[in-house]
Design a protein around this ligand. Structure first.
Ligand SMILES: Cc1ncc(COP(=O)(O)O)c(C=O)c1O
Length: 370
């Protein structure tokens, strides 16, 4: 098999493959001078709400702000504890912290997502909320998490940064709890050409507060009702997202096909624990934001693949949230820590073709044959 070059993610192609349409959009937006809070943004907010089955959507500057605003809008107070998974991006826990609360990271389940049993075990009188991350494009078992939340009258903010299009039992990620945020970072399945985010909710009160927070305290009518910041999604980015969301479902199907190929070619390997296959459980519809697996001799495998021009990624600097020593967490989470010794992400994006996947799988098999 000849040598190929399979990048983990090809950032220039996020522009180059779409160049003609993007230039048309730049010209169109530029000619109108439609830079801030214009029709493209309003259109995108309507589309996003409709796509996710939410009543309200707000374009924000990035998902991190959206998550922080969510907790602020729910009235998080100093010392309030929120339970989240330690296998998530720091932004999840940071949003709780910067909104004034205390993030309480806990263990993952067999899917690598927030474990409902660990949530129950972490509840104490200071707990006010749960923050599941719909990680890698897979939605947590939200019926279990919502049952815990309802029983204890907890708020739920979903970190759906990686989960636009993901569903659990037919319901869209981000619509189970009080509010959720989605990211449009360029490497996301729906990515723009810079930072971008969206908040979705069915609660008008939450929508109204987040709207004010993201636009200098102004409500939808322009009346200043509170102190706010500037965290608006650029109109140009919204125009790009309007263009890209039109073919989004096809992109998800391609990613699911890639996951099925990995499963078919590597599913029998004892050295690997692959993520659930697309058809493994009818309750889950995964969009494969990432293809994250666990591997024996993970670091050696990564080096071997790199020598064969295959890009892989160990997410978030190779550490779970609670493992960053300057952040002051004292907890030990053996399952998460074991996971972070073994986890690796294989290429998963629309720039790779079937021959690339075959090459990756062949090289993985070759490594373990040695
Ligand atoms: C799970 C998770 N949460 C939050 C974020 C933050 O999103 P953003 O970069 O749009 O602030 C990301 C982005 O990578 C993410 O993957």
């Amino acid at each position: 098999m000849s040598i190929r070059n399979v990048l983990f993610f090809d950032y220039p192609r996020a522009y180059l493959d779409d160049q003609e349409d993007l230039l048309r959009i730049f010209k169109n937006v530029g000619k109108r001078g439609a830079f801030i809070m214009q029709q493209d943004l309003l259109d995108f907010e309507v589309t996003l709400a409709k796509y996710t089955g939410s009543k309200y959507a707000i374009g924000v500057a990035n998902a991190t702000d959206g998550l922080e605003f969510s907790w602020m809008a729910l009235g998080l107070r100093s010392g309030d504890e929120v339970i989240c998974c330690s296998h998530t991006m720091l932004a999840t826990a940071a949003a709780i912290k910067t909104a004034g609360g205390v993030p309480v990271p806990v263990e993952l389940d067999d899917d690598g997502l927030l474990d409902p049993a660990a949530v129950e075990a972490a509840i104490n009188p200071r707990t006010v909320g749960i923050m599941p991350t719909q990680l890698n494009g897979r939605t947590c078992k939200m019926d279990k998490i919502m049952a815990i939340a309802e029983k204890n009258h907890f708020f739920v903010v979903e970190d759906a940064a990686q989960a636009l299009g993901s569903r659990y039992k037919g319901q869209h990620a981000g619509t189970f709890g009080d509010v959720a945020a989605i990211s449009f970072f360029p490497a996301k399945v729906l990515g723009c050409l810079g930072d971008g985010g969206g908040v979705i909710t069915n609660d008008y009160g939450v929508f109204d507060k987040i709207y004010q927070l993201h636009d200098h305290g102004r409500d939808v009518e322009g009346e200043v009702k509170s102190w706010g910041r500037n965290s608006r999604l650029d109109n140009l980015q919204a125009a790009i997202l309007n263009h890209r969301i039109a073919t989004y479902d096809q992109i998800i199907l391609r990613r699911r096909a890639i996951a099925a190929m990995y499963q078919q070619q590597l599913g029998d390997m004892e050295e690997l624990k692959l993520p659930p296959a697309p058809d493994a459980d009818p309750d889950h519809f995964d969009i494969y934001q990432n293809y994250e697996l666990q591997a024996d001799r993970r670091d050696e495998l990564k080096n071997f693949l790199a020598k064969n021009n295959i890009g892989t990624l160990i997410q978030w600097g190779g550490k779970a949230v609670h493992q960053w020593k300057h952040l002051g967490f004292l907890v030990r989470l053996p399952k998460v820590e074991h996971f972070f010794e073994r986890c690796i992400m294989f290429p998963m994006n629309i720039f790779i073709d079937d021959a690339d996947i075959n090459y990756v799988c062949e090289k993985v098999r070759e490594f373990y044959r040695k």
